[in-house]
Write a protein that binds this ligand. Structure first.
Ligand SMILES: *[C@@H]1O[C@H](CO)[C@@H](O)[C@H](O)[C@H]1NC(C)=O
Ligand SMILES: [Fe+2]
Length: 574
């Protein structure tokens, strides 16, 4: 009697292997076993079971191989083309978007986009509907992505787009920044790439007794190509002196005044500027009735170009009247990052090219345009510009540099030590809650040990002033924290302050209005901070506080006074 299929299957089923056993393998096993003869059935069955297990393993290996092959084939045939398609579609999308935005902007500036009236009408209509569609989709995604009771910004203010309207060789977007205490970097743009990077200057109008030659750079951003961005450093210059200068041997004469060599000195501080009607109002308050000042400090978020590069140019033209007259010392905000995966992998391309800061000058060069420090008033004031969007963790280049920089500060000479960041470390506004927390944990102790007097921040589009703080507690040896992100950008104000916030008892004044601040350092011990809001027709002081330098030992109690009504929290009543 042969070991037939029926017997085999019986045995196999009694050993618990049968259910689900592929019939094909059963047949194979049966065939293999069919040559056996009677007697020692156990041994034959053992052999059969081993055979079956091996067959199963082999089948598994083959199946895995086939699956791997299928996976590779899928990757080659489907995933890679899909990725390329997404990249191409993304690029095409950005191209159409950039072109539409450009046409709309040209129309806003009263210029033609296609060269023909009919073409302009057609392209204009298409661009407008594209924009509407885009805005619709964005708002939908945005609304779906956030909770129902979260803060929704008020409607944006119209942009103020500043045209050039002069020959291509004429300098535009002129702004200046300190390079050490004796020199000034003059930065400007020409559409003409061959315009010379020369600045002629002197102390009388039209009489240039000196000149300096710098260089220029350009950058490409997707389909946009910048004009020539010139930087030339003039000096040594006399302190507190008015200089007249001309860039590129063409165009207008500009006038600047150098900061003083000793106290007193006055800073304007304004963040999150943008280029709207609100911005224009802030700039007119700063440059107009607000009183004169020496240096402007900007804690991040300049143009709100948000990837659309021509807005860096319109912004440069909007701020030129002020930025060509007093040094504008800026640090970066989130709107300067401008990184697009695949298309524009390098962050800060426009910002670094256009707003070059003295990171390679002074006593402690940082090596990065994203953070640096500088002295004013003969070293009586040291200003540390930190980068909220550069690495700041312990051990990072910025952290190591900050430690080094602060170690070099001699508080016997430096009466006031200021620091600027973008995302605030203390904030009771609903907007951007907790975004500065990681940086605070990484760097707060360094600033505290150096007895930094004030930390300015932007990012939150409102004004808020805290008492002196260290590690979430009121501390008379800690910095005063001030959020001044109310410059006037298109996103509008951050209206909601959180009443029961854990830092609310440390917050001494908060109000969601556009405006700017001024820090007037009077002498080695005293300074006065004022906040000026735009709502008032004339530059009115809405919040005022006196500061006692931390270098001068234990400070006397600060005396706060609010013009509007006893230093209350007006925003709470909203
Ligand atoms: C600094 O200025 C304040 C305010 O004007 C004044 O009260 C104080 O006496 C001055 N201190 C010194 C050392 O001059
Ligand atoms: Fe911001």
């Amino acid at each position: 009697m042969t070991c037939n299929y029926a017997l085999l299957s019986q045995v196999v089923s009694s050993s618990g292997l049968s259910p689900g056993w592929p019939p094909m393998m059963m047949a194979t096993a049966a065939m293999a076993a069919s040559s056996c003869d009677r007697g020692d059935t156990r041994k034959k069955l053992q052999i059969t079971v081993v055979f079956l297990v091996r067959t199963l393993l082999l089948a598994c290996i083959i199946a895995r191989g086939v699956l791997a092959l299928i996976r590779v084939a899928f990757r080659v045939a489907v995933v890679a083309p899909a990725r390329s398609l997404v990249a191409v579609a993304g690029a095409a999308f950005s191209a159409v978007n950039a072109r539409c935005a450009w046409c709309l902007e040209q129309a806003a500036l009263g210029r033609s986009c296609t060269g023909t009236v009919l073409g302009d009408a057609v392209v204009g209509a298409m661009a407008s509907s594209w924009r509407l569609l885009l805005q619709g989709i964005t708002s939908l995604v945005f609304l779906c992505a956030r909770g129902a009771d979260e803060y929704v910004r008020p409607p944006p203010s119209p942009l103020v787009l500043t045209a050039h309207g002069k020959p291509a060789s004429h300098p535009q977007q002129v702004h200046i920044s300190m390079v050490g205490e004796k020199n000034m970097r003059i930065s400007w743009v020409t559409d003409d790439l061959n315009a010379p990077s020369v600045v002629e200057y002197g102390t009388s109008p039209g009489k240039y007794t000196a000149s300096a030659t710098g260089d220029h750079t350009t950058y490409r951003y997707f389909l946009y190509k910048s004009g020539a961005i010139h930087h030339a450093t003039i000096g040594p210059l006399e302190a507190s002196t008015t200089y007249h200068y001309r860039c590129g041997k063409a165009g207008d004469e500009f006038t600047l005044r150098t900061p003083p060599a000793r106290l007193p000195v006055e800073f304007v501080v304004v963040g999150d500027l943008g280029q709207t009607k609100w911005t224009a109002s802030t700039l007119s308050h700063i440059g107009g009735g607000g009183g004169d000042y020496d240096v402007l400090l900007l804690p991040g978020d300049l143009s709100y170009a948000d990837l659309y590069q021509p807005r860096w140019d319109t912004y440069g033209r909007l701020v030129e009247p002020l930025a060509s007259a007093r040094p504008w010392m800026v640090t970066q905000g989130n709107h300067e990052v401008e990184k697009i995966p695949l298309v524009e992998p390098h962050a800060f391309k426009a910002y670094n090219a256009r707003w070059r800061m003295p990171f390679d000058a002074g006593a402690s060069p940082s090596g990065s345009n994203l953070y640096y420090s500088f002295d004013v008033a003969g070293g009586a004031v040291h200003v540390v510009m930190l980068g909220s969007y550069a690495g700041y963790a312990a051990g990072s280049a910025q952290h190591r540099w900050l430690r080094r920089d602060l170690a070099g500060v001699d508080r016997a000479k430096t009466a006031f030590l200021l620091a600027l960041v973008h995302a605030p470390w203390y904030n009771t506004n609903e907007a951007h809650q907790g975004e500065g927390e990681r940086m605070r944990r990484a760097m707060e102790s360094l600033l505290y040990e150096a007895r930094v007097d004030v930390v300015f921040a932007g990012h939150v589009h409102a004004y808020e002033r805290f008492t002196r703080i260290y590690d979430n507690e009121a501390d008379s040896r800690g910095p005063m924290y001030i959020t001044i992100g109310d410059g006037g950008n298109r996103e509008g104000l951050a209206l909601k302050f959180i009443k029961g916030h854990k830092s609310a008892h440390l917050s001494e004044f908060r109000e969601a209005s556009f405006g700017h601040g001024r820090l007037r350092i009077l002498n080695e011990t005293s300074a006065v901070w004022t906040w000026h809001r735009n709502d008032d027709q004339f530059a009115t002081v809405r919040d005022e506080v006196w500061l006692h330098s931390l270098a001068a030992g234990e400070p006397a109690a600060t005396v706060a006074s609010a013009a509007g009504g006893g230093g209350g929290h007006p925003a709470d009543e909203l």
